[in-house]
Design a protein around this ligand. Structure first.
Ligand code: ADP
Ligand code: MG
Length: 373
C-alpha cells in the first residue's frame, strides 16, 4: 500500500502581503483575510517560491522514474489554477534550457538504460493525448484532419485502459523523446489557434510505455507506464456571460475535474472499495483509473500562487491536495518470467543459494530498507 504523495509548489510572487506562507519543509499556513486563525496544511513536501526545477525533479521525478524502471506504473499530475505553474513544472521553459520534469525524466531514463544495457534490453514508446471538452484527441496525429478526430477510450481484457488509434512513437534516445514531446506540445498550441481549443481548458497526458527483457536461464519481462499529466486549470469556470459552445465546454471541464475530485473523495473516504468509485464519469478518470487507487505510484504536484488575488483558488487547491493525500494505491511490479519448469526451478535454487550466502543481518537490513521505500 502506498499513499498518493503530494508536493506543493508555490510560484514566486512579488506582493508584499501573500495568502500562503511556508512554515516548514512540508507545511504551509494559509492566511485568511479575516481575523480567523490561519489554516495549516501538511503535505509530503513543499517547494517555496525559491524552489528550482532541479529541486522538484530531485524530490519527485527521479524516484518515480526509478520506480518505472523497476516495473511499477507511475503517474505525475500537475494540478492548479491557470497560471499557477503546471506547464512550467512539467515542461519548463525549454528554449532557455530551464527544463521541467518531462525533459529531465528523458535525460535520466536514457542515462540509466545505458548503465544497465548489458543486462536488460528496454524499448520505450509514447503516446500524447489531450482531453478537451470531454473528447480525446491525439496530439501526435499526423495531420490536422487526424488531430480533429475524436478518439475512443477502451479497456483491454486485462483491465488496462487506452486510447484507441492514438499514434505511438518509438523513442530511441532522450533527444528523440524531447523532439516528439515538443511536437505534441506544439500541436496543443496549433489546436488552440486553429481549432479553437483553449489549452488552459484541456488535460494533456503524455505516457511512456517501458518494456524490458532480460535473458538468463529464464526470460524476464517488465512493463510499466509512466503518465505525465498537465491538468486543465482548476479554477471555477464562470458560467455567467458564457453562452453556447463555451458554456458547454465550461460544464465539461467542470465534469472532468469534478469527477477527479469525486474519485479522490470516494477513495479517501472508503479506502479501497473501488466498486463505488465512479471512474467512468469522465474520460480523465477512466483513462487514469490505475493511477487513482490502483496499480501505480502517484504524485500530485499541486501548484499555487501565493498572490492575494488568487486567495480563493489557492485555498481550494490546498484542500484538494490535502484530500488526495489520503488515497492508498496498490502498486506491484509488472514482471513475468518465461521458461520451462526445470529452468524456473533452477532459477529459484540459484536465488536461494544467493540468499543463503548473505549474512542474516544484511538480509534483514535490506528488507527493512525496502519497506521504507
Ligand atoms: P499553468 O500551466 O498552470 O497555466 P504556467 O506554467 O504557464 O501556468 O505558468 C504561468 C507563468 O508563470 C509562466 O510564464 C511561467 O514561466 C511562470 N512560472 C510559473 N511557475 C514558475 C516558477 N516556479 N518559477 C518561475 N516562473 C514560473
Ligand atoms: Mg499550462
Amino acid at each position: 500500500m502506498d499513499s498518493i504523495r503530494v508536493f506543493l509548489r508555490l510560484k514566486p510572487c512579488d506582493d508584499e502581503r501573500q495568502c500562503v506562507e511556508v512554515t516548514g519543509p512540508s507545511s504551509v499556513r494559509f492566511l485568511t483575510r479575516s481575523a480567523e486563525e490561519p489554516q495549516r496544511f501538511t503535505f509530503d513536501a513543499v517547494g517555496g517560491p525559491e524552489c528550482r526545477q532541479e529541486d522538484v525533479w530531485e524530490a519527485v521525478g527521479r524516484e518515480l522514474t526509478d520506480e518505472c524502471l523497476r516495473g511499477y506504473n507511475a503517474t505525475i499530475f500537475a494540478y492548479g489554477q491557470t497560471g499557477s505553474g503546471k506547464t512550467y513544472t512539467m515542461q519548463g521553459d525549454v528554449d532557455s534550457h530551464d527544463f521541467g520534469m518531462i525533459p529531465r525524466c528523458f535525460e535520466y531514463l536514457y542515462a540509466e538504460l545505458a548503465k544497465r544495457s548489458g543486462e536488460w534490453k528496454t524499448s520505450i514508446r509514447c503516446t500524447f493525448v489531450e482531453i478537451y471538452n470531454e473528447t480525446v484527441y491525439d496530439l501526435l496525429a499526423a495531420d490536422d484532419a487526424d488531430m480533429e478526430t475524436a478518439r475512443t477510450v477502451r479497456e483491454q481484457r486485462n483491465g488496462a485502459v487506452y486510447v484507441e488509434g492514438a499514434r505511438e512513437e518509438a523513442l530511441g534516445s532522450a533527444s528523440d523523446a524531447l523532439r516528439v514531446f515538443l511536437r505534441g506540445s506544439q500541436n496543443r498550441h496549433v489546436a488552440e489557434t486553429r481549432m479553437n481549443r483553449e489549452s488552459s481548458r484541456s488535460h494533456s497526458i503524455f505516457t511512456l510505455f517501458l518494456h524490458s527483457t532480460r535473458h538468463g536461464a529464464v526470460e524476464e519481462t517488465r512493463q510499466s507506464r509512466f503518465n505525465l499529466v498537465d491538468l486543465a486549470g482548476s479554477e471555477r469556470q464562470q458560467a455567467t456571460g458564457t453562452v453556447g459552445v463555451r458554456l458547454k465546454e465550461a460544464g465539461n471541464i467542470n465534469r472532468s475535474l469534478l469527477a477527479l475530485s469525486n474519485v479522490i473523495s470516494a477513495l479517501s473516504e472508503t479506502g479501497l472499495s473501488a466498486k463505488h468509485v465512479h471512474y467512468r464519469d469522465s474520460k480523465l478518470t477512466f483513462l487514469l483509473r490505475e493511477s487513482l487507487g490502483g496499480n501505480a505510484r502517484t504524485v500530485i504536484i499541486a501548484c499555487v500562487s501565493p498572490a492575494l488575488a488568487c486567495h480563493g483558488e489557492t485555498l481550494s487547491t490546498l484542500r484538494f491536495a490535502q484530500r488526495a493525500k489520503l488515497i492508498q494505491n496498490r502498486p506491484v511490479v509488472n514482471q513475468e518470467m518465461h521458461g520451462s519448469v526445470a529452468d524456473l526451478q533452477a532459477e529459484i535454487r540459484r536465488l536461494q543459494d544467493l540468499l543463503d550466502a548473505v549474512p542474516q543481518a544484511t538480509v534483514n537490513g535490506a528488507v527493512q530498507q525496502q519497506e521504507q521505500v
